[in-house]
Write a protein that binds this ligand. Structure first.
Ligand SMILES: Cc1cc2nc3c(=O)[nH]c(=O)nc-3n(C[C@H](O)[C@H](O)[C@H](O)COP(=O)(O)O)c2cc1C
Length: 215
């Protein structure tokens, strides 16, 4: 039976954080499409500092659950994508990024400029600034994946309820990795979570400057 994909607008409208999953395996090609959606995301200087660990085995999901305040959906989900940032990724990847850029039409003058400005910018960061930078970059890729999963008809659950050191241990992550969030997905079991609603646009959006009503 042919599956009908949702439009992006429909996926955004209908997405809810899923409380419980049925655990059925995800076909490899769907997983590829979800991952590729994340890897297509924009990032500062195109440095792509994200790293993802895909957890599907029952044993590893169980360990990850224990590192995530025992949240049941980590173990129940068909797959959990652990989204990380690598604080040292740019040191290794700068030349590769420039090579690929040049192959795609990046002007040589831009490449020469980036070769010095990227290290200048990123090596000036404190550890907290680097975490902030990684959170920003990785979250955009994470959101691409979450929405692609929804487009393909999966249910998703973004999660920040985990312990950094424990997830490091379970996944044997390098020291330079910073775990940003977990994306559990699969097919929902049981009823949808309640709809918590959203603040009105006047509560969160301003026109031209802070405090001016958008409407
Ligand atoms: C970054 C992030 C982290 C979250 N972490 C958790 C979590 O650890 N456990 C959980 O049950 N829900 C978690 N949520 C789900 C939120 O509670 C949920 O998105 C919010 O209540 C709005 O509901 P909705 O997603 O169904 O619209 C998280 C959501 C986001 C965006």
């Amino acid at each position: 039976m042919e599956r009908r994909e949702k439009t992006l607008a429909q996926a955004i409208r209908e997405r809810r954080s899923t409380p419980s999953f049925d655990g059925a395996p995800v076909p490899a090609e769907d997983l590829q499409r979800i991952l590729q959606a994340g890897l297509s995301a924009p990032s500062g200087y195109n440095m792509q500092p994200w790293r993802f660990v895909v957890v599907q085995s029952p044993e590893q999901k169980k360990r990850l659950r224990a590192a995530s305040y025992n949240q049941g959906k980590v173990e129940e989900a068909s797959a959990v994508i652990v989204a990380c940032g690598d604080a040292d990724g740019w040191r290794r990847d700068l030349d590769l990024m420039l090579q690929q850029g040049i192959a795609g039409g990046m002007p040589e003058s831009y490449a020469a400029q980036a070769k010095s400005s990227v290290p200048n910018y990123l090596s000036s960061f404190s550890s907290d600034q680097m975490k902030g930078w990684l959170n920003k970059q990785v979250t955009i890729a994470f959101t691409h994946m979450m929405l692609m999963a929804e487009v393909l008809g999966y249910d998703t659950a973004p999660m920040e309820g985990f312990e950094q050191e424990k997830v490091h241990e379970v996944l044997r992550l390098p020291m330079s990795f910073w775990v940003v969030a977990l994306l559990a997905f699969g097919h929902a079991r049981g009823p949808d979570k309640f709809d918590g609603g959203r603040f009105d646009i006047n509560h969160t959006v301003y026109a031209e400057e802070f405090g001016k009503s958008f409407r």
